[in-house]
Design a protein around this ligand. Structure first.
Ligand code: DAH
Length: 337
């Protein structure tokens, strides 16, 4: 093989190697190019080297020197490109991996429990009618749950079978999970001189068997207004306004005579729903005994009070037919609110 031909082969190979290294956009492709040109066994440089034996003797020295130069140049070109790719980092080297045109993964947001949402809305409506929010404990003593509410010791409402009593330990007064939010009336009046205009929303507990309309824990909205000249008509106006705001202007409400120890007279409050009258709670004019128990003078002030079931209001508003749905924590249900 003539020297010129051998040198031409070397030049061609150097050019091809440069081109292949430059075109390699990621480390894997570059490595393949390295094996192709610099591979120890079957690399193209190796096969050119084998031709060296066929170059005429007097040209061997020149051919060998040129071969070494080209080999070093190809090796350098490979090293340079390898460093370049490394400093560019994998993403750029591998081309764009993030496709900004693809639709994103939707985030699913949590939301407030329907009863919490209802409570917030009831506070809002009653707030506009001038009622501020009061709170009381869920674990109560007998004075606040019964005695001050005119429910004497022998009253059936105090039956241990109808209440969740808690053993306070011997020598301690008995405690119970409050069975009604009327407890908060007492706590507020004990601490505030009249006039009073409050609502209180919270959990109450009764050992009822769960069914579509009962649950051993549920929520009530208690309302209390005490002032100088308050009548049953005021009570009805407030409840009607409230019902129209929460359930819609076409709602019908009805009072039925009833009895509660802490009101006189007492009424049952019904709302019309699905061609039926449904009881939503009780109400009445605060019994003078209750006013006396908190140190108010029944000759000076009168008041009305009411207690409504929050779950029932929410069920009526959203067409929920089973109270137990609220407490299963099934997201397919909760997600709809
Ligand atoms: N506490 C009664 C209950 O749980 C509801 C109630 C009735 C509350 C009359 C009142 C009221 O404030 O005046 O059944």
């Amino acid at each position: 093989m003539a020297l010129a031909e051998f040198l031409q082969q070397l030049d061609d190979l150097a050019a091809a190697a440069d081109h292949a290294f430059a075109a390699a956009g990621d480390p894997e492709t570059l490595e393949a190019a390295r094996v192709e040109f610099l591979g120890a066994k079957q690399g193209r440089l190796k096969s050119v080297q084998k031709q060296l034996g066929r170059v005429p003797k007097e040209d061997k020295r020149a051919a060998g020197m040129r071969f070494n130069e080209v080999k070093a140049a190809v090796e350098n070109a490979f090293q340079d490109r390898a460093q370049q790719l490394q400093s560019q980092g994998p993403q750029q080297a591998a081309g764009p991996q993030f496709d900004p045109t693809l639709p994103g993964t939707p985030l699913s947001l949590g939301r407030l429990h329907p009863i919490t949402q209802t409570i917030e809305e009831l506070k809002d409506i009653m707030g506009r009618l001038g009622f501020s929010v009061a709170e009381g404990p869920e674990i109560e003593d007998e004075r606040h749950n019964f005695e001050a509410l005119n429910i004497p010791r022998e009253h059936p409402a105090r039956d241990p079978l109808d209440n969740f009593y808690i053993h306070g330990g011997s020598g301690f007064p008995p405690l119970l999970l409050r069975s009604q939010t009327s407890t908060v009336q007492i706590r507020v009046m004990e601490n505030t001189p009249p006039p009073v205009r409050i609502i209180s929303l919270g959990r109450v507990y009764r050992p009822d068997t769960a069914d579509a309309t009962h649950y051993p824990m549920f929520h009530q909205m208690e309302g209390l207004l005490v002032d100088r000249h308050v009548t049953l008509a005021d009570l009805k106006s407030v409840l009607r306004l409230f019902a129209a705001s929460y359930l819609g202007g076409d709602v019908h409400i009805r009072f039925r005579p009833s009895f509660f120890p802490f009101t006189e007279p007492s009424v049952e409050v019904d709302f019309h729903w699905n061609d039926q009258w449904i009881e939503f709670g009780g109400a009445g004019m605060v019994d003078p005994n209750v006013l006396r128990a908190v140190g108010y003078d029944p000759e000076q002030v009168v008041g009305f009070a009411f207690g409504l079931g929050v779950e029932r209001l929410c069920m009526r508003r959203h067409g929920v037919t089973d109270i137990r749905e609220f407490y299963k924590n099934d997201v397919r249900f909760l997600h709809q609110f």
